[in-house]
Ligand binder design. Structure first.
Ligand SMILES: *Cc1c(COP(=O)(O)O)cnc(C)c1O
Length: 387
């Protein structure tokens, strides 16, 4: 049986060949520990890490000294949020985040809530955006941190980072963003956008799994946070543990490839996404798009609901497509996602599908996938378009 067509690039991406080639020597010849300062094995490994640190920093407008390597975005989110909360306990008792965040952010804030912090989960509008006036009104002189994701992993909403950063910096509150879905896909400049902490992960941008980073601003202001993993004091004391050198080298190589091709890849994937949507719309008369259209959405994301279609049955019937299905059916067996709930789309009973398009996706795959979905939706009982 042929492999399903992969359209789940928000879940993970394959490692780019060029990234793998850059990593391989660091498993074998250059296997040294960068903490070994006495010999060339250590120096070679350190050189690979230094290059990667500069490459990751360049992708987000940071300086190399502001990058701390971690195991991925979940760890970076935990380190940023818990690290700031424990450092600024004396300064305040209030934290702000957004209802549509990733679980690794939401659950971290829930835990801090149990530990005595007041946590505000900001609502979003029908397209997934927060209201800047509401953010402004929610910040008090007891607020220490705002955490708002750059791009949503389900519906692709890209928050206006620069506008959020303008509010937080004006009010003297720290701004963390989970940019796991956005790094390498949309331009980010942490200094221009007044971002103080940013989480990223390699496997969402054609790098390896288990390698990620946290940007921690080191000037204007210099941010201190409590480390969450104690030990040998690696990474300036922010994160102990022997560095995952091959993973870090891959994280850097993937960042460099994304940086140099960002605009062209964004356009290419946007064209494929638009083609997919227009094929779906021309075959099915009721296609509801979740999230915004235009350049305030990730160009490689499409999230749709087919009203009146049974989510479970759709999922079964499109087994030859590797997509993610979130049921928007409030009466069905599948629980609605917290993101669809937050934008009010869970009220539309039907089957929801998230398509994530990526670097390796072809025109032909898009055409095949669209034809397949159109056929299945028809067979499940939504009315076909009548010419
Ligand atoms: C994938 C993802 C994460 C988790 O990243 P890991 O590296 O797998 O821990 C966090 N936030 C968002 C928005 C994601 O898409």
């Amino acid at each position: 049986m042929a492999k399903p067509i992969y359209l789940d690039y928000h879940a993970t991406t394959p490692v780019d060949r060029r990234v793998l080639d850059a990593m391989l020597p660091y498993f074998t010849e250059r296997f040294g520990n960068p903490a070994s300062r006495q010999h060339s094995y250590g120096w070679d490994a350190q050189k690979g890490v230094d290059t990667a640190r500069a490459q990751v920093a360049a992708l987000i407008g940071a300086t190399p000294g502001e990058i701390v390597f971690t195991s991925g975005a979940s760890e970076s989110n935990n380190l940023a949020i818990k690290g700031i909360a424990s450092c600024l306990r004396d300064k305040g008792d209030h934290l702000i985040t957004v209802a549509t965040e990733h679980r690794s952010v939401l659950d971290t804030f829930k835990k801090l809530g149990q530990e005595g912090w007041r946590v505000t989960f900001l609502p979003v509008d029908r397209e997934g955006f927060i209201d800047l006036d509401q953010l402004r009104a929610t910040i008090t002189n007891r607020t220490v941190l705002v955490s708002a994701m750059t791009a949503n992993n389900e519906i692709g909403t890209v928050q206006p980072l620069g506008e959020i950063g303008a509010v937080t910096s004006e009010r003297g509150v720290l701004f963390h963003t989970d940019a796991a879905q956005a790094v390498g896909k949309v331009p980010i400049d942490v200094h221009a956008m007044n971002v103080d902490l940013l989480s990223l992960t390699g496997h969402k941008y054609y790098g390896p799994k288990g390698a990620g980073a946290l940007f921690i601003r080191r000037r204007k202001p210099r941010i201190e946070l409590a480390c969450q993993i104690e030990g040998g004091g690696h990474e300036n004391g922010f994160r102990s543990g022997t560095l995952n050198v091959p993973g870090i080298v891959g994280l850097g190589a993937a960042a460099e490839i994304c940086r140099s091709g960002l605009d062209s890849e964004r356009q290419k994937l946007g064209a494929l996404r638009d083609r997919l949507l227009s094929l779906l719309k021309s075959g099915i008369d009721n296609v509801h798009v979740n999230g915004p259209l235009g350049d305030r959405r990730l160009s490689h994301n499409l999230h749709v609901t087919f009203p009146g279609v049974d989510g479970e049955r759709l999922l079964m019937a499109i087994g030859d497509l590797a997509v993610s299905t979130g049921s928007a059916c409030s009466s069905g067996s599948g629980a609605a996602s917290h993101v669809l709930e937050a934008i009010g789309a869970a009220a539309v009973p039907g089957a929801s599908v998230r398509f994530g398009i990526g670097r390796m996706t072809t025109d032909e795959e898009i055409d095949t996938a669209a034809a397949r979905v159109v056929k299945v939706v028809h067979s499940l009982g939504s009315k076909p378009v009548t010419a």
